[in-house]
Design a protein around this ligand. Structure first.
Ligand SMILES: [Zn+2]
Length: 88
């Protein structure tokens, strides 16, 4: 276990921070936050995988799924960025 402030800072920056970011991004994509917290916390570069992977399902406030081509667009986008279909 960390014994001083420097070591706690190290733990936060290199494990808790990427783990927390990864868990949050995974959550917005309908994925398992705990799994991605552990993975991103243990190996920070995997945060990039979390950021660029497709959402698993539509998430209110985060992602919509296009009814026509079933690709995902950001919640705030009015039209599908792949085929242009209007999203409601
Ligand atoms: Zn579409």
């Amino acid at each position: 276990m960390p014994t001083n402030m420097m070591e706690w800072g190290f733990v936060v920056v290199f494990f808790l921070l990427p783990g927390t970011i990864g868990a949050w991004v995974a959550y917005t994509k309908g994925r398992n936050p705990l799994l991605w917290f552990v993975l991103n916390g243990l190996f920070a570069p995997t945060v990039m995988i979390t950021l660029f992977q497709r959402p698993l399902r539509p998430m209110q406030g985060h992602y919509r799924q296009c009814p026509k081509c079933s690709e995902f667009s950001k919640w705030r986008e009015q039209a599908c960025r792949f085929c242009g279909t209007a999203l409601s």
